[in-house]
Design a protein around this ligand. Structure first.
Ligand SMILES: C[S@@+](CC[C@H](N)C(=O)[O-])C[C@H]1O[C@@H](n2cnc3c(N)ncnc32)[C@H](O)[C@@H]1O
Length: 257
């Protein structure tokens, strides 16, 4: 178990302290799912020269970046931006440059990366109320667009809920279970607080950047997810799925095309 978890600048953003709302040990198994996934292929296809700067946000112990490093024929620079420091000693590949920072609050210069990737982090940017949570999710996209260079790419997958009401109920119930310390191993309840965005909300978070950035969606997949029966029975987690996007950032306002 990870003891005395250290986190990056947790209190300077609206995000609840991650050591109170996440169980990082679990993500080490979860990460393995990415191996051989479409997300790896989509990112690999856009690594086209040596020296490219690639950043995976919320990449835990680096399984995703490790796959890219092993399979790409180019020698690119891989940065993992994580809010939990303990992943640093669990990195799966020593070529990864580990950076302890939050996607919501960091001092990474504008346009630092040719490609930014992330998988399943937006629903973890929870605050103690839904308004601030949605604002965190919006700000995460703002930061990501800021950090990518003109001509660069965003390649990501995010878990969404297709029913807004149920998404909100899952958020409020997981927050309550967390605050009341209600524990259920069967439902993984008690620690993890999640706020799944809807398909439309992800689109809004993206569109909010259109005035600062010209971008084009190159690939888009919307795939319903088959959840374990115990979750489906609650009905709350029946209508969920994964959105996958590949976005080309063509230019930024006031910047070079
Ligand atoms: C569900 S895990 C996903 C891990 C990995 N990307 C994968 O696909 O398996 C969410 C990850 O987001 C990270 N995270 C949460 N808040 C973050 C933040 N503000 N900035 C960067 N990473 C964050 C967590 O530490 C965790 O590793």
């Amino acid at each position: 178990m990870m003891a005395n978890m250290q986190v990056a600048r947790e209190n300077s953003t609206g995000q609840m302290p991650v050591d109170k709302v996440l169980t990082p040990d679990r993500f080490m198994d979860y990460e393995q799912e990415v191996k051989g996934s479409r997300l790896v292929d989509l990112a690999l296809a856009r690594i086209v020269r040596d020296g490219m700067e690639v950043c995976d946000i919320g990449g835990a112990s680096g399984v995703f970046l490790g796959e890219l490093l092993n399979r790409s024929k180019y020698h690119f620079n891989a940065t993992l931006l994580e809010v939990v420091d303990e992943y640093r000693v669990r990195l799966v590949d020593e070529r990864i440059n580990y950076r302890l920072a939050s996607v919501l609050d960091n001092d990474i210069p504008d346009g630092s990366f040719d490609m930014i990737t992330f998988r399943h982090i937006i629903h973890h940017l929870v605050a103690d109320n839904i308004v601030k949570t949605l604002d965190n999710q919006r700000r995460a996209f703002e930061q990501i667009f800021r950090m990518v260079r003109p001509g660069g790419y965003l390649v990501f997958q995010e878990q969404v809920h297709y029913v807004r009401l149920f998404a909100r109920m899952v958020y409020h119930m997981s927050l309550l279970a967390n605050k009341m310390r209600i524990r259920s191993r069967f439902f993984d309840a008690g620690t993890v607080v999640v706020a799944f965005p809807t398909t439309e909300e992800i689109k809004c978070f993206l569109d909010a950047n259109k005035s600062a950035c010209a971008f084009a969606i190159e690939e888009y997949f919307n795939e319903p997810k088959n959840m374990p029966l115990r979750w489906k029975l609650t009905l709350l987690m029946k209508n969920v799925g994964d959105l996958t996007y590949v976005i080309k950032v063509n230019g930024k306002k006031g910047g070079t095309p």
